[in-house]
Design a protein around this ligand. Structure first.
Ligand code: ATP
Ligand code: ATP
Ligand code: MG
Ligand code: MG
Ligand code: MG
Ligand code: MG
Ligand code: MG
Length: 268
C-alpha cells in the first residue's frame, strides 16, 4: 500500500533541522545581485548610476512588500535590498530558509518579469541571480546601526563611483589610472576633485543616488461611500472612513534620528 511505503520512508524528514529565528529579534533578509559588476557591464548600465536598474530594483522590492505584509521597512541601494520584518512576525513560523528563499526568488523573478518595462529595447542576455541571507538583530539600536551601515555604504560607494566615472568619462583617464588617482584619497579629497576639476558639488547630486531608497508603509485615511438601498427604491449614501496602508518610497537620511522620530510606528 502506498501509505505504508510513505511511512517507511518518512523518517528522512527528521534530517531536516529546525531553522526558526530566535523570538524577539528583528529579522533582516538581505538580497544582493550575483556578479552585478559583470551584469551591469553586459547590459550597458549607465555609470555611475543607472536609473533603470534602480527603479527595477525598487519595483521588485515593492512586490516583495506587497506579498509579505509583515515587512515594515525595506532599504535598497546598488544591487542590494534589505527587508526588515516586524520583531514578532510569525510569517512561515519565522523559518529562516523559508523567509530567505521566498523573498529571494520572488525578488529575482519580479526583476526579470519587469525587465522590459524598465529597459525597453535592451535585451536581457542571461538570467540574473541574487543571493540572500538572514540576520537577526536583538535590539532596536542594532537594527538602526545595521540600516545606518547600509546607507553609509551607499554614500561611500556612490562618492567613489561618482569621482571614478568623472575621471574616466570626462577626464579621459583609463579605469586603471582613475583607480590609481583615487588610491588613499579621503572624502574631502574626492569632493575637491569633483568640485575643482568637474564643477560637481557632490551634495547637489540627487538624493536618489546619495541616500538609496527606503520603502515604508504609511497609513492613509480614505473616504468610502456606500450606497444603501432604501424601501422606496432610492439609495442613501453612507460615508465610511477607512484606514489604508500605502507603500511610500523615500530617498532620505535614515542614519540620523529625525527619520525615526517622524515614523515611530516602524519600531513598535
Ligand atoms: P557579488 O556577486 O559578490 O555581489 P557584484 O559584482 O555584484 O559581486 P557588488 O559589490 O554587489 O559586486 O557590486 C555591485 C556592482 O554592480 C557595483 O559595483 C556596480 O558596478 C554594479 N551596479 C549595480 N547597480 C548599478 C546601477 N544601478 N548602476 C550602475 N552600476 C550598478
Ligand atoms: P506551498 O507554497 O506550501 O508549497 P503549494 O500550493 O505549492 O503550496 P505543494 O505541496 O508544493 O503546494 O504542491 C504543489 C501543487 O501544485 C500540487 O498540489 C499541484 O496542485 C500543483 N502542481 C505542481 N506541479 C504541477 C504539474 N506539473 N501539473 C499539475 N499540477 C501541478
Ligand atoms: Mg557582494
Ligand atoms: Mg552583488
Ligand atoms: Mg552589492
Ligand atoms: Mg511543497
Ligand atoms: Mg509548493
Amino acid at each position: 500500500k502506498a501509505s505504508m511505503a510513505l511511512s517507511r520512508f518518512e523518517y528522512v524528514k527528521q534530517f531536516e533541522t529546525d531553522d526558526r529565528c530566535l523570538p524577539n529579534c528583528w529579522i533582516v533578509v538581505r538580497i544582493d545581485g550575483k556578479g552585478f559588476h559583470r551584469f551591469s557591464d553586459q547590459h550597458n548600465f549607465l555609470k555611475p548610476n543607472d536609473d533603470r536598474s534602480l527603479h527595477l530594483m525598487n519595483c521588485a522590492a515593492k512586490q516583495v512588500m506587497t506579498e509579505f505584509k509583515d515587512i515594515v521597512l525595506a532599504y535598497g541601494q546598488s544591487d542590494e535590498y534589505s527587508f526588515v520584518f516586524k520583531i514578532n512576525t510569525s510569517t512561515y513560523n519565522r523559518r529562516s530558509s523559508k523567509l530567505m528563499t521566498n523573498i529571494c526568488s520572488l525578488f529575482a523573478s519580479t526583476f526579470v518579469f519587469n525587465w522590459q518595462k524598465y529597459f525597453h529595447d535592451v535585451k536581457l542576455k542571461y538570467p540574473p541571480a541574487f543571493d540572500g541571507r538572514v540576520v537577526l538583530y536583538p535590539s532596536n539600536q542594532n537594527l538602526l546601526d545595521y540600516l545606518s551601515w547600509r546607507q553609509a555604504d551607499c554614500h561611500i560607494n556612490n562618492m567613489y563611483n561618482t569621482v571614478f566615472w568623472a575621471l574616466v568619462q570626462q577626464g579621459k583617464l583609463t579605469p586603471q589610472a582613475a583607480q590609481e588617482r583615487l588610491k588613499g584619497t579621503l572624502a574631502a579629497d574626492k569632493n575637491e576633485i569633483l568640485f575643482q576639476d568637474y564643477a560637481i558639488n557632490y551634495n547637489d547630486l540627487p538624493e536618489f543616488y546619495r541616500k538609496g531608497t527606503t520603502l515604508i508603509r504609511e497609513k492613509k485615511e480614505e473616504q468610502i461611500t456606500h450606497k444603501i438601498p432604501q424601501q422606496d427604491g432610492t439609495f442613501k449614501e453612507k460615508a465610511e472612513l477607512k484606514i489604508k496602508s500605502e507603500l511610500v518610497e523615500l530617498h532620505t537620511d535614515i542614519i540620523g534620528s529625525s527619520f525615526w522620530n517622524n515614523h515611530p510606528e516602524i519600531l513598535t
